[in-house]
Design a protein around this ligand. Sequence first.
Ligand SMILES: [Zn+2]
Length: 264
Amino acid sequence: MKYEGVLTKMRTELTSTVEYYLIFESDFINVNQLLNKRISFNFLRFQCLHCGLQKKIFAQGYCYTCFSTLPQAGEWIRSPERSTAHLDIEDRDLEFEKEAQLQPHIVYLANSSDVKVGVTRKTQIPTRWIDQGAHEAIEIVEVPNRYLAGITEVALKSHVSDKTNWRKMLTNEVKDLNLEEEREKLKQYIPAEAMEYYLENNKETEIHFPVLQFPKKVKTLNLFKQPFYEGVLKGIKGQYLIFEDGTAFNVRSHEGYVVELGVL
Ligand SMILES: [Zn+2]
């Protein structure tokens, strides 16, 4: 079986174990069904997710031109504390930024290897946690805009990490923590402007990933450097496909790559 399409991050569905889907123009592939099968990726060309041109992908699936001009690639995406739509100040496109920033946002704790703090739109829960490979997560505050979420995250970052250790996440060197306790410890550092939005009653969400076998050592696959790969799929965690030989393929970092996917 062969499929061809431009990679975008896998869609997910939180059931007893996470279900993963690859969406191509003419195919909808349930990746869980490829577990234990030998599959191959053949990199054919780039295709920017916005302009559609065959230009090298710079970041987020966009070519450099699109990445430097599109409102959905603005600095406030990666640094929520730089959001300014609540002040009526435009970054690249005020209408777009108002719609994206002036809506409920969640500051959360997610544990994918160690506990980390993060920010996301409320509508992205639990998608964001699944994408990070978190086996447990909990909300800290629900605020009305992205700016408030950003300054809360910045304040908490001095007391807890804001990075995922993806190697530990993929080899499953993880510990179980009581995130309600961790949240309680951090409460004192929430900025005054966000304190009224503290969520003390939310419970931990647990996430189970479809992994048959965790690798002892991980090597990452970069299709730009190595345009062809073939291996037996042993697991899916976060946005990674994990293979029998320890290869981990980050689907999200290959957005905008047109590939041929072979299932043997
Ligand atoms: Zn483009």
